[in-house]
Design a protein around this ligand. Structure first.
Ligand SMILES: [Zn+2]
Length: 194
């Protein structure tokens, strides 16, 4: 993947500017994407993309000034996208590859399943609760973004599947799922689960 960016070393390292515009979806604030980043995002995702398909960028850019992750609109592209966010920076994807190869994602899933005995008794489920909150946020963001396209969704996939699509959690998993870590990155999605 880094071949795509073999000229990055010649680029002046980016100093992250904090003068970007923001956009709010379902109560969550994101860095708004700008037209300047579209070419980069196309190269990162390795397919053409229209401005309306990208609703947000990672707040921080990588050291070369490129988005590290993008928020993909669920219904504005040629294909429906249930996983809203995708890691896009090749450097970051490579680092995640290494982390996965070292068993990091498996370790994170294991960590999620362990209740911390030294926590407050009322707070034993804090990890699951946090995951559930993330699932809930993703569902709300997806629903708000797709609210004008629900008829199109129902026509395409039927009422039942359209509901499932809209109400899924992080990276398109069922909302009740709070035990498996899932990594969504380009150029392919990788599901880590049991
Ligand atoms: Zn980068």
């Amino acid at each position: 993947m880094s071949i795509l960016y073999n000229n990055e070393d010649n680029v002046t390292p980016n100093t992250n500017d904090d003068s970007f515009n923001t956009t709010t979806v379902a109560g969550c604030t994101f860095r708004q994407q700008t037209i300047d980043h579209l070419d980069t995002i196309e190269r990162q995702l390795q397919h053409p993309i229209k401005s309306e398909q990208v609703f947000s960028l990672s707040t921080n850019l990588c050291k070369y000034g490129h988005p590290q992750a993008v928020g993909l609109h669920p219904t504005k592209g040629p294909k429906l996208v249930s996983g809203l966010f995708r890691l896009s920076c090749p450097l970051l994807c490579e680092a995640i590859d290494t982390y996965e190869n070292e068993g990091g994602v498996r370790q994170l899933s294991d960590w999620l399943r362990i209740k911390d005995k030294d926590r407050d008794r009322d707070d034993l489920d804090w990890k699951q609760n946090g995951y559930q909150a993330a699932n809930e946020a993703q569902k709300n963001i997806r629903m708000e973004l797709a609210k004008d396209d629900t008829n199109k969704l129902v026509q395409k996939m039927g009422e039942y599947n359209a509901q499932r699509f809209l109400s899924s959690g992080v990276a398109g998993i069922p909302p009740s799922q709070t035990y498996n870590v899932k990594v969504s990155r380009t150029p392919f999605d990788l599901d880590i689960g049991v």
